[in-house]
Every structure is written in C-alpha cells, then in structure tokens.
Design a protein around this ligand. Structure first.
Ligand code: SF4
Ligand code: SF4
Length: 303
C-alpha cells in the first residue's frame, strides 16, 4: 500500500532549503493563516486555478470548456474572472488555455511515484551533501503520506529535511521526527493572542513540539526561522518573548532571519485577499537589532 499526497510543486536544485543541493517537495494544505505567507498556493488542501493575466489573450476558450460554469467575462477589459465558489479544480481550463494563463495548482502523487522523481537527483545529493526537503503548505498536515515518503527516502539513503510551522499533534510530530535529519522550524510570535491573531492558531502545540525536538531530537540539526515582519514580529516585546523562549532550549542554537517581502501578485493570481499591502521590508537596523538579541544568548544567526 502506498499513500497519495497532494503537492503543488517539486523544485529541483534548491539551495536554500537545507544543506547542499536539494529537491524540495511542496505539499498542499496548511492549518495556519499567516498574514504574510509567501506560498499562498500551498494553503488550501485542494486543487486551485492560478490566473496569470499578463499571459491571457482574452480568447474566452476557458469559459467555453469549464464544466462548472465558473468562468465569467463580465469586465470591460475582457479578462476572465473565476468564481472560486463554483470551481471544482478539474484543470480543464488550464489544459485548454492556449497561452498557459490558467494554471492548475495541485497534483496528486503517490509515494512510489515521488521516490522515482527524487531518484533522478541522487547524483546531486551525493556530490553536494544535499537531499530531499518537504515544505509547503504544512507537510505535517498530510502525516501518512509524509511519514511513508520520509521513510522511503531514508531507505534510499537520502538526507531528509522538514520545513515546518511545527503545528501538529505531538504524537504525529514525534512519529515523523524519527525520519527527519534536518528541521527548518518556524518561530513567529511569542504571545498567544498575537499568534492567534496573525496566524489563526495557538502557539501552544508549536512550542511543545519544539521542546520535544530539543529534548528527544539529539543529533538532529535544527534551524529556527523567524519571518521578520515590521510591526508584527519585529516589535521589542515580541523579540524579547522569542529570545526568552529560545534561551530556554537546551540544544537548539541556530536561527535564520527572513525579511518580509511583498508577494501580493501571487494572491491576486489566486483571487485571494492580501493583508500586507501596506507593509514593506524591514530596514537593516531592524535586522541588526534582532540578530544581536539572539547572538547575546549564544545563537548563531543567519540574516
Ligand atoms: S478548474 Fe475546472 S471548474 Fe475550475 S475554472 Fe477551470 S475548468 Fe472551471
Ligand atoms: S483560455 Fe487562456 S488565454 Fe483564453 S481567455 Fe482563458 S485564460 Fe485567457
């Protein structure tokens, strides 16, 4: 028996998702709703259509083939509008579109098929000390597929990494942890209320899983990752709270600071609201302040 997973991309030759040259598998579906999420196409656990206006030649082919009657031409500019509540994610419009302006985001793949794709890059893993990274979306939201895929990766001798928000039941996290060599673990907001407001979920399970990883994950590499979002995660109060929490960890001593950047275009392509229109990248002084705060407690900081 092999499990099916829903993914939205497989990126080869990735160099920012763990050590060496890697293949990153982007899994679809995430229980969090971070305002600044830079992979909005990974949030919903179902197929979606992305519409790229600059490619569209306004031929109306898509509306003619849509079995759900979800595509309308009603604006003066002549571009299609997808009524998301009607779209069933069949991808027929994407197949029919002559310019690839409609793109289906989401693909079902089983573990054996995935491993076959990953095997194509073995040479690069071996030469560079790389491997396979599972990212998303939140990979832990598809635990059966993820566990089997990680297990098979290990059987094939691939180094494995997990890019995660850490939000999952503890038993699921512990089971999966066993098959992961390297963790990219998000740390966002120290306060419970702020965490709920800006991500939609409690930070309780995240903190608990990070402690489990710190205590039971000896020998595993862990890189914390803090998205630096002006006015949200970069405040003195939040940095103080995160530093306090981080300093209570026993073994984990690495963090990467990820400056906020605008991804409004991606949201527009999915007809999704983007709450960060008025936000801009943090200034160098902010990055320096946060870097120094973590260095003071003995962290090595990538910024
Ligand atoms: S994915 Fe299917 S239902 Fe959705 S807009 Fe395209 S053709 Fe219509
Ligand atoms: S089929 Fe493609 S190019 Fe033609 S109107 Fe639809 S999205 Fe635009």
């Amino acid at each position: 028996m092999t499990y099916n997973g829903l993914i939205f991309d497989i990126k080869r030759f990735a160099v920012h998702d763990g050590p060496g040259i890697r293949t990153t598998v982007f899994m679809k579906g995430c229980p969090l709703r971070c305002w600044w999420c830079h992979n909005p196409e990974g949030i919903l656990p179902k197929n979606e259509i992305m519409f790229l206006e600059y490619k569209c030649m306004r031929c109306r082919t898509c509306a003619g083939v849509c079995p759900a009657g979800a595509i309308f031409f009603e604006n003066e500019r002549g571009f299609p509008r997808i009524e998301r509540s009607l779209c069933i994610g069949c991808g027929i419009c994407a197949d029919a579109c002559p310019t690839n302006a409609m793109r289906l985001v989401g693909r079902v793949i089983n573990v054996d098929e995935l491993i076959k794709e990953l095997e194509r890059d073995v040479l690069f893993y071996d030469k560079s000390g790389g491997g396979v990274t599972f990212s998303g979306g939140e990979p832990l939201s598809q635990p059966h597929f993820l566990k089997e895929a990680l297990k098979k990766c290990k059987e094939h001798g691939f180094h494995t990494a997990l890019d995660t928000s850490g939000f999952a039941p503890r038993d699921v996290f512990e089971e999966i942890m066993e098959y992961v060599d390297y963790f990219l673990f998000d740390l966002k907001l120290a306060g419970e209320e702020e965490h709920k407001k800006y991500t939609g979920v409690s930070n309780g399970p995240i903190k608990e899983n990070l402690r489990v990883l710190d205590e039971k994950g000896r020998g595993k590499d862990v890189l914390l990752r803090l998205p630096v979002v002006p006015g949200i995660t970069d405040t003195d109060e939040n940095v103080k709270g995160l530093v306090e929490f981080a300093s209570s960890l026993k073994d984990i001593r690495q963090i990467e600071l990820l400056p906020f950047h605008d991804v409004s275009e991606k949201y527009a392509r999915l007809s999704r609201e983007y709450k960060m229109l008025d936000y801009s990248a943090p200034p160098p002084a902010t990055m320096k302040r946060i870097k120094e705060a973590f260095e003071k407690i003995g962290f090595s900081v990538k910024a």
